[in-house]
Design a protein around this ligand. Structure first.
Ligand code: AMP
Length: 439
């Protein structure tokens, strides 16, 4: 016998009723984004590998270790095969599209959001998958559009706080930092490199490598033994120039005015190289080791890095998988997402031995289901050959109420409805059934 095929490690099928929760989260996000005047962008799932090497940074874990990359077949013999990559994140793709479609030429600020799968070859665990889903948004435009203003940073953070509140996620924490301009970061990298010389021998192999190539990444290290050493290293805030300090102060002032709570975390430098100035993460205690719900920051040089015009921007990406995990863990939401929410189960009661009558009662069931579904109700339709007990069992698993449709009910136009939560049985005229089930 041939081996059973399974979903590839790190990928998974999303099944009902969980998908209902996914849809609800996506709908809430779309509704919040619309109120803040964002439009949706959909970029390709794969891009030229060079986009991520130049956009995200060749030295980052994502690009150096985690990408799904392959050589596409060359179109002609004379051509070199193109290296393609499944997108590990979406900001680089959005900025590529911004450049390609000359969106900056309108002079307007572009506010774009996306929802879709991303791919990283990470070690799978709870909350970490190889195909995962992100909801993200970018605010980008020429300097004249005000894209560099700290107000944009604060507005994005305020929007995220609103979105998490509307999703019903309680207990989140916003951590915020500034990594300064690229000149500030160069200064800081030099200071870090210097400070790491006497201590790096005592650190993990990754940190020793980072200390040479990209010292900033040392701050991401999670190895417990390295933490006391990292605490003694210089802080980035001390390397910021006046402009960067003022920018960060203005973000903080606007957050305070809007009443958005935050914590400052001077080690928050994030895993992508394109960030400048504001960086942030929203974390949640209920998630365990993978506690980041979302992350983001400002990327004033990204467009130029990938060959575009100067276009400062700020954006974020939230892990949809992790929003789902968080909401599932919150009991109240679990209840509202459970299948008990289906409004009714129609049980046509026929006679399995009489094909003609069975077909007639099933047809009547379909007509009634159509009527109720068109009235906006969520209805499951049973099958006329089931015995009463089997219909009740099936209904109890998915619906709040069962509607009995036998020959007598069909003739009289009066249906029997039983409510599972109260066990009360009621006779309801067909014309009033939709209204009854709605309440
Ligand atoms: P990043 O693009 O690394 O800044 O990640 C942004 C957000 O995407 C994180 O805060 C997570 O919520 C989510 N995320 C990143 N990588 C994964 C993954 N492998 N599996 C599930 N969610 C992820």
């Amino acid at each position: 016998m041939s081996q059973t095929l399974k979903a590839v490690r790190g990928t998974r099928d999303l099944l009902p009723p969980e998908t209902e929760l996914w849809n609800r989260i996506e709908a809430t996000a779309r509704s919040v984004f619309a109120r803040y005047h964002f439009g949706e962008i959909r970029t390709p799932i794969f891009e030229d590998t060079g986009l991520f090497a130049r956009g995200v940074g060749a030295e980052t874990d994502i690009v150096s270790k985690e990408m799904y990359t392959w050589e596409d077949r060359a179109r002609a013999q004379s051509e070199k095969p193109q290296s393609l990559t499944l997108r590990p994140e979406n900001t680089a793709g959005v900025v590529r599209a911004y450049i390609e479609h000359k969106l900056g030429e309108s002079g307007q600020l572009q506010k774009l959001y996306y929802i879709g799968p991303q791919f990283r070859r990470e070690r799978p665990q709870k909350g970490r998958y190889r195909q995962f889903f992100q909801i993200g948004a970018e605010v980008i435009g020429p300097q004249s559009s005000g894209s560099e203003s700290p107000l944009r940073d604060a507005e994005v953070l305020e929007m995220l706080a609103t979105l998490l509140d509307e999703l019903g996620i309680t207990g989140w924490t916003l951590q915020i930092n500034s990594v300064g301009s690229s000149a500030d970061r160069e200064r800081y990298n030099a200071a870090l490199r210097e400070a790491l010389i006497p201590v790096k021998e005592k650190m993990c192999a990754d940190c020793q490598r980072r200390a040479e190539l990209n010292p900033l990444r040392v701050l991401d290290c999670k190895v417990p033994e390295d933490q006391p050493i990292i605490e003694t290293l210089p802080k980035i805030v001390d390397s910021l120039d006046q402009e960067s300090k003022d920018h960060f102060a203005a973000v903080i002032t606007a957050l305070d005015a809007a009443g958005v709570p935050y914590t400052r975390n001077h080690r928050l430098v994030r895993g992508l190289d394109y960030y400048t100035r504001t960086t942030f993460e929203f974390t949640h205690g209920g998630l365990g080791a993978q506690n980041a719900l979302l992350g983001g920051g400002r990327y004033d040089g990204l467009s130029e890095n990938i060959g575009g015009p100067k276009a400062p921007g700020i954006g974020f990406a939230m892990g949809l998988d992790r929003l789902v995990l968080t909401l599932q863990a919150q009991e109240a939401d679990q209840k509202s997402a459970s299948p008990q929410g289906i409004d009714g189960y129609i049980a046509p009661m026929g006679n399995a031995k009489d094909a003609e009558k069975l077909a007639a009662i099933n047809a009547a069931g379909l007509a009634l289901a159509r009527e109720l579904r068109r009235a906006g109700l969520r209805i499951e339709l049973g099958e006329g050959s089931f015995r009463l007990k089997k219909s009740f069992e099936a209904a109890d698993k998915c619906a709040r109420r069962i509607v009995i449709l036998g020959e007598d009910e069909l003739a009289s136009g009066i249906l029997t409805v039983k409510d599972f939560s109260t066990s009360v049985q009621t006779k309801v005229p067909r014309a009033e059934l939709a209204e009854f089930l709605r309440n």
